[in-house]
Design a protein around this ligand. Sequence first.
Ligand code: G6P
Ligand code: ZN
Length: 579
Amino acid sequence: RFFLHSFLFYTLLRFILTLFFFFKINSIPTKPIEGQKTGTSGLRKKVKVFMQENYLANWIQALFNSLPPEDYKNGVLVLGGDGRYFNREATQIIVKIAAGNGVGKILVGKEGILSTPAVSAVIRKRQANGGFIMSASHNPGGPEYDWGIKFNYSSGQPAPESITDKIYGNTLSISEIKIADIPDVDLSNVGVTKFGSFNVEVIDPVSDYLELLETVFDFQLIKGLVSRPDFRFTFDAMHAVAGAYATPIFVDKLGATPDSISNGIPLEDFGHGHPDPNLTYAKDLVNIMYAENGPDFGAASDGDGDRNMILGTSFFVTPSDSVAVIAANAKEAIPYFKNSVKGLARSMPTSGALDRVAEKLNLPFFEVPTGWKFFGNLMDAGNLSICGEESFGTGSDHIREKDGIWAVLAWLSIIAHRNKDTKPGEKLISVSDVVKEHWATYGRNFFSRYDYEECESEGANKMIEYLRECLSKSKSGDKYGSYVLQFADDFTYTDPVDGSVVSKQGVRFVFTDGSRIIYRLSGTGSAGATVRVYIEQFEPDVSKHDLDAQIALKPLIDLALSVSKLKEFTGREKPTVIT
Ligand code: G6P
Ligand code: ZN
């Protein structure tokens, strides 16, 4: 009895101490783990790798070891993810290590859910020191598939390489993990739990983000379109995080019918899907949009809600055109841009459609390497408002991430604005009408990307080395079939804001007529190497604008494959994805 009583007394005492005063911090010895270097967008591996002892804990601790203490001691951090398998366990691990390292407060999305753009929005609104995103973006989820983690800092922007390199360095020398001895946090209810000086606040994943979007767009204008009986809208959330946002935003706020949202419940394995909104992996949506009498507007977004695909009736808007059309119409159709569009930017492989808009509107224009993190400095410096990438990313300086729902709302705003005076019964100005009109004004940049996923790394690396050799021997005026070389290089970028330089960002062959062939290895895969080949050709002649991109680009595509000896190096006859 005495023992039982003293045990109960001790447990109660610890509980009270934890609640009101302090908690114990355990120091767990650990050893460095190889291969924890982050890619284009955080650390991504098979979930089984992350589930190995201390794998995640090491990286999180290495991150705290890399930040200046004033950036997190007693500070505020945000944590959320795309709902994939392992996020719940990871949430508890991260919360405890944050507490163990002296963080003051952590804001966690309910059920661990926060889209990537929502994390960025919450960091900015709550003036947090930074945040973690648990996602492998568009990569499949579930016990056999991928997991990932990314850190964004106080502007809401993905951590720059100066920070991620430091984290990597620290993963190679780590010896101790500081973890708080506190119970698991209940993620199912919004509210604050205190553990001494450390607070966990479970937040609604939608409200801060939605509040921000309502300051960017004219929701009444969009509602007027979406609730029209002659406008049929469909959104495929791909069983990913956008499901948590689609109904509150499109249905409850904008008047879309509940059945216009498909795959709207986030699932740990995305319903066995590959949550990447492109013509291959969002096939169901594509089939609906290309069926006879298909809807007027279709969209999808990816695992963590930052990518988007926009479709009209039997019409696909390439991401490179999408950002150009949004930029060209932003001032009229979107209140946030009414007074000023500060500048435009795209990633290097993205087509030059946006360049033409910048030129015509006389706006500052920037070309950055692949990776959203490169836009942030330009935004923070007030030089950039709207940007996009060919990889289905579009966004603006309302946050520091690309934003799938923002892109859908931007397009709905444009269509709504154009149809302000369209009476019931009259034919609506459609997505394809808007794009074709854009081509007629600016010319069309035909664009396609060929992906060869999960190639053997050796062959893929050799191909890039071979291309580097080719370009070092090339000179302006060289003939490539009917194309004449203007220059060839391996893209180097100097950040105009902080002067940092990144090199080897993609081998490009640029021809005198503006056509381009670009080769890169993806930085976001988790197995083998993914070769990307980007092909672009400008066409000013309106009579040729209706050609299929694959037909218009055939000669250039053939040239791209032969110049690189792609089949020889990779053994691949065909790409796995064509965009
Ligand atoms: C992520 C990044 C993008 C990037 C894309 C493709 O979505 O946020 O900035 O364009 O991946 O990157 P990759 O290295 O796979 O071509
Ligand atoms: Zn993503």
